[in-house]
Design a protein around this ligand. Structure first.
Ligand SMILES: [Zn+2]
Ligand SMILES: [Zn+2]
Length: 145
C-alpha cells in the first residue's frame, strides 16, 4: 500500500516536472506512517526530531502537494487550522469536528451519501468529490465538569 502510494506520487511529481528531493521523500515516509489526522505542526515536530534540516514551510508546502496529488485530504478545523489524513482510493468518510478540543470523529452514512447524489442530479451536477465537515461539541466537551 505504502509502496503503491509512493509510486503514484512519484508519477504525479514527474508529470508536474518536479524533481524528486530527499526531503520530500522523508516527509512522505513520515506522513504515510502516521495514521491520524495530523497537522503541519505535528508532522513537522515529528520529523524535526530526526531531521532538523527540514523546515516548517517545507512540510507545509509538501502536504499541500500531497493533497493536490490525491494522496492526502485536508480537514479544516474551526480555528482555521488544517489537518491532513491519508486519502485512500475508493475509501470515503465524513467528519464531525469538535470546536472545543479539535477532536475529529469519522463517520460514513449511506443515506447522506445517497441524498447528496440526488441533490446533485436534481441540478444536473456531476459530483467529482465531496467533503462534509460538521462542527460542534464532542461528548467529552459537552460533559459537565
Ligand atoms: Zn471536544
Ligand atoms: Zn478522517
Amino acid at each position: 500500500m505504502i509502496l503503491e502510494k509512493k509510486k503514484a506520487f512519484n508519477e504525479f511529481a514527474a508529470a508536474k516536472g518536479l524533481r524528486s528531493t530527499r526531503q520530500r521523500d522523508i516527509i512522505l515516509d513520515f506522513f504515510l506512517s502516521t495514521h491520524q489526522h495530523v497537522s503541519v505542526e505535528e508532522l513537522y515536530l515529528k520529523i524535526k526530531a530526526s531531521h532538523p534540516g527540514i523546515g516548517h514551510a517545507t512540510v507545509y508546502r509538501t502536504l499541500k502537494l500531497f493533497t493536490e496529488a490525491g494522496l492526502a485530504r485536508e480537514i479544516l478545523l474551526h480555528d482555521g487550522q488544517t489537518r491532513y489524513e491519508h486519502a485512500l482510493a475508493g475509501e470515503h468518510h465524513d467528519h464531525l469536528v469538535c470546536t472545543g478540543c479539535n477532536a475529529i470523529i469519522e463517520f460514513e452514512d449511506e443515506t447522506i451519501e445517497k441524498l447528496q447524489k440526488e441533490i446533485a442530479a436534481r441540478h444536473g451536477f456531476m459530483i467529482r468529490r465531496h467533503k462534509l465537515e460538521i462542527y460542534g461539541l464532542c461528548a467529552l466537551c459537552r460533559a459537565p465538569r
